[in-house]
Ligand binder design. Sequence first.
Ligand code: NAG
Ligand code: NAG
Ligand code: NAG
Ligand code: NAG
Ligand code: NAG
Ligand code: NAG
Ligand code: NAG
Ligand code: NAG
Ligand code: NAG
Ligand code: NAG
Length: 401
Amino acid sequence: MVPNPSHFFLSFTLLLFLLSTKSSSQSTNLDPNQLKALRSLSVPTGKDPCSPLHKITTCDSSTPFHHLISLKLINCSSDVTLSQTSLKALSTLQDLQFINCPVSPIHFPSELSSNLQSFTCVNSLKKLTSIWLIRLRNVVSLTVSHVNVSASGPSIILNSIKNLHTVTISHANLKGVLPTRWHMNLTYVDLSANQLKGKIPSSLTELENLVHLNLSSNSLNGTIPNSFGNLLSLKNVSLASNALSGSIPKSIAAIPGLVHLDLGSNQLNGTVPKFISDMKELKYLNLERNNFKGVLPFNASFIKKLVVFKVGENSNLCYNHSTLSSKLKLGIAPCDKHGLPLSPPPPKEDFSNDTKDHEDDDSPPPKHEHGPSRVVFGVAIGLSSIVFLIIFLVLLSKCCK
Ligand SMILES: *[C@@H]1O[C@H](CO)[C@@H](O)[C@H](O)[C@H]1NC(C)=O
Ligand SMILES: *[C@@H]1O[C@H](CO)[C@@H](O)[C@H](O)[C@H]1NC(C)=O
Ligand SMILES: *[C@@H]1O[C@H](CO)[C@@H](O)[C@H](O)[C@H]1NC(C)=O
Ligand SMILES: *[C@@H]1O[C@H](CO)[C@@H](O)[C@H](O)[C@H]1NC(C)=O
Ligand SMILES: *[C@@H]1O[C@H](CO)[C@@H](O)[C@H](O)[C@H]1NC(C)=O
Ligand SMILES: *[C@@H]1O[C@H](CO)[C@@H](O)[C@H](O)[C@H]1NC(C)=O
Ligand SMILES: *[C@@H]1O[C@H](CO)[C@@H](O)[C@H](O)[C@H]1NC(C)=O
Ligand SMILES: *[C@@H]1O[C@H](CO)[C@@H](O)[C@H](O)[C@H]1NC(C)=O
Ligand SMILES: *[C@@H]1O[C@H](CO)[C@@H](O)[C@H](O)[C@H]1NC(C)=O
Ligand SMILES: *[C@@H]1O[C@H](CO)[C@@H](O)[C@H](O)[C@H]1NC(C)=O
C-alpha cells in the first residue's frame, strides 16, 4: 500500500500537536515557589506562565525549574497585597511592571531590588518616595507615571541610580529643580507634568546621547541654554508649557536629526529664527502662545513639509501676505509694509460666515454645505433608495422563480 501523502501530513501534524500539548502541560515546571507567588498576586496560572503565549510573563530556561524574568501586573484588583514572601520568591525578575495596580507599596527584598533592570509603575502603588526608588539601584530603565513621587527633587533619583539610560517620571507632582549633574548614558529623559522650577541647567546639554527630552508642563523659567545645540543626538524635544523667556538659541540648527520641536506656551521672545527652516528632518514645530514678534520667516514649501505647524497666539508676529497665502490659516495676522501685524488678527479657525462667503463672489461656492435641512434631506434620500432597492430585489426574486 502506497502511503497517502495527505494522511502522512495529517498524522505528522497530529504528532506535533500531541508533542506540543504534552510539553506545555509538562513545562509548567516553573519554580513551585514562584508559581505560588504568582497565585498570591492573583495572576492566573491555569495556562503555563512560561508559555510564550502568556503575555504578562517571561521565563528563563534553567533546569530543573524555569524562573521568571519579567512580570507585568495589569489592572490588578485592589485586594491584592504584596508580601515579603511572594516578592522574595520573585527575586529572579529583571523586569517588573505595575500598570493600574492600586496596591500598597512595600519595601522590596534587597535581592529583587538589585536584580531589577527595568521597573515601570503607571497609576499604581499609590505613592512613592525617592528613598524607595533609589533602592532599585541597578535599573537601566525607570518609568514612573501618574503616581505621586515625594522627593526633594529629581537629582537624588537620577544621581543615585548609576546605570540609568531611560527615565520617565511624569505626572508625579515631583518638586524641586533640575539636576546640575547628569549621567552621560542617558538617552531618554521625560520629567513632564511635574512641579519643577528654576532654570534649564547648561550641564544638561552635555548629554550627547540624549535622543528624547520632555520637560513640558513644569514651571521652568530663565532662557534656553545657548549650548542647547550640543545635544547632537536629539530627535524629540518638548519644553512646552513652562515660563521660559528669551530667544531660540541659534545652536539648535546644528542638531541634525531633530524631528519634533515643541516650545509652545512659554514667554519666548525675539523674532522667529529663519535657521529653523534649514532643519531637514523637522516634522513637528510648535511655537504657539509665546511673545515672538516680526515677520514669520518661513516659505510655504517649508510649512507644507511639516506634519504639524503651530504658531498662533503670538500677538506681535505676522506673515507676509505676498509670500504666504491666508489659506494656510496660521492664526496670526498679515503684516503691514513695516512688518507689523495688521490688526485685528484673524481667528484661528475659519468660522465661515455663510452670508459673507456668498458676497465674496470670486471664490467658488464651498462644497461642504451643512445645515440641518440638508442633513435631513440626505438621510431621506438614502433611506428611500434602500427601500427601493429592497422592493426591487423582492420583485426580481419573485419574477425570476
Ligand atoms: C485594563 O483596563 C482598561 C480600562 O479599564 C482596559 O482598557 C484594558 O484593556 C485593560 N487591560 C488589560 C490587559 O486587561
Ligand atoms: C497627588 O497628590 C495631590 C496633592 O498633592 C493629589 O491631589 C492627587 O490626587 C495625587 N495624585 C495621585 C495620582 O495620587
Ligand atoms: C555607560 O554604559 C556603558 C555600557 O552601556 C557602561 O559600561 C558605562 O559604565 C556607563 N557609563 C556610565 C557613566 O554610567
Ligand atoms: C525663576 O523662578 C524663580 C522662582 O522659582 C525666581 O526666583 C527667579 O527669579 C525666576 N527667574 C527668572 C529669570 O524669571
Ligand atoms: C511630553 O509630555 C507631555 C505630557 O506628559 C505629552 O503630552 C507630550 O506628548 C510629550 N511630548 C513629547 C515630544 O514626547
Ligand atoms: C517624535 O516625534 C515624532 C513627530 O512628531 C512623533 O511621530 C513620534 O511619535 C515622537 N516620538 C516620541 C518617542 O515621542
Ligand atoms: C525678551 O525678554 C527679555 C525679558 O524676559 C528681555 O530682557 C529682552 O530684551 C527681550 N528680547 C527681545 C528681543 O524682545
Ligand atoms: C523655502 O525655504 C527653504 C528653507 O529655507 C529653502 O530651502 C527653499 O529653497 C525655499 N523654497 C522656495 C520656493 O523659496
Ligand atoms: C513681503 O515679501 C515681498 C516679496 O518677497 C517683499 O518685497 C516685501 O518687502 C515683504 N514684506 C515684508 C513686510 O517683509
Ligand atoms: C455674518 O456677516 C454679516 C455681514 O457680513 C453679519 O451681519 C452677521 O452678523 C454675521 N453673522 C455671524 C453669525 O457672524
